[in-house]
Design a binder for this molecule. Structure first.
Ligand SMILES: [Zn+2]
Ligand SMILES: [Zn+2]
Length: 150
């Protein structure tokens, strides 16, 4: 399942709009970093994004990619998905969604569920702080890995 053309276009449009209203230059390199994420379903980490963008933009530096990701995050265009230990993974899907994480290959799939969006929060959580968002992570074997196991 890939990100649809229409959805990528929608994300690129939001990128252009956000840059305009935020007074951010839509440089070629910045746009290519965002495009990489806008079309990615895999929640790549910064290093993977760098490797992929470099194929299209050989002159781009690792530093630029990292700084661009930080800027995109500041602008609310991508968010860091706290998924597996260690490296932060980036996600251009800003809709309320949840993750299915494969414990074998590490792939992260988005899914939507109005039921999970409105999950009842246990009372005990109020002692810990105010909840601002909820995201559910499910772990298991993805269909590809399950196939390999058989
Ligand atoms: Zn898998
Ligand atoms: Zn996601």
């Amino acid at each position: 399942m890939a990100v649809s053309k229409a959805e990528i276009e929608r994300r690129m449009k939001r990128f252009a709009e956000t840059c305009r209203t935020g007074g951010l230059k839509t440089t070629h390199q910045r746009m290519e970093v965002f495009r990489e994420l806008a079309g990615a379903e895999t929640h790549p980490d910064a290093e993977t994004i760098y490797r992929h963008v470099r194929r299209r933009v050989p002159a781009i530096s690792r530093d630029t990619v990292y700084r661009t990701l930080a800027t995109l995050e500041e602008q609310g265009l991508v968010h860091k998905a706290e998924i597996v230990s260690g490296r932060g993974r980036y996600d251009a899907n800003m809709e309320h969604h949840h993750h299915f994480i494969c414990t074998a290959c590490g792939r992260v799939h988005d899914f939507y569920s109005p039921t999970l969006d409105d999950l009842p929060i246990p009372k005990s959580v109020s002692a810990l702080g105010r909840v601002e968002s909820t995201q559910v992570q499910l772990r298991g074997l993805c269909t590809n890995c399950a196939k390999d196991k058989r």
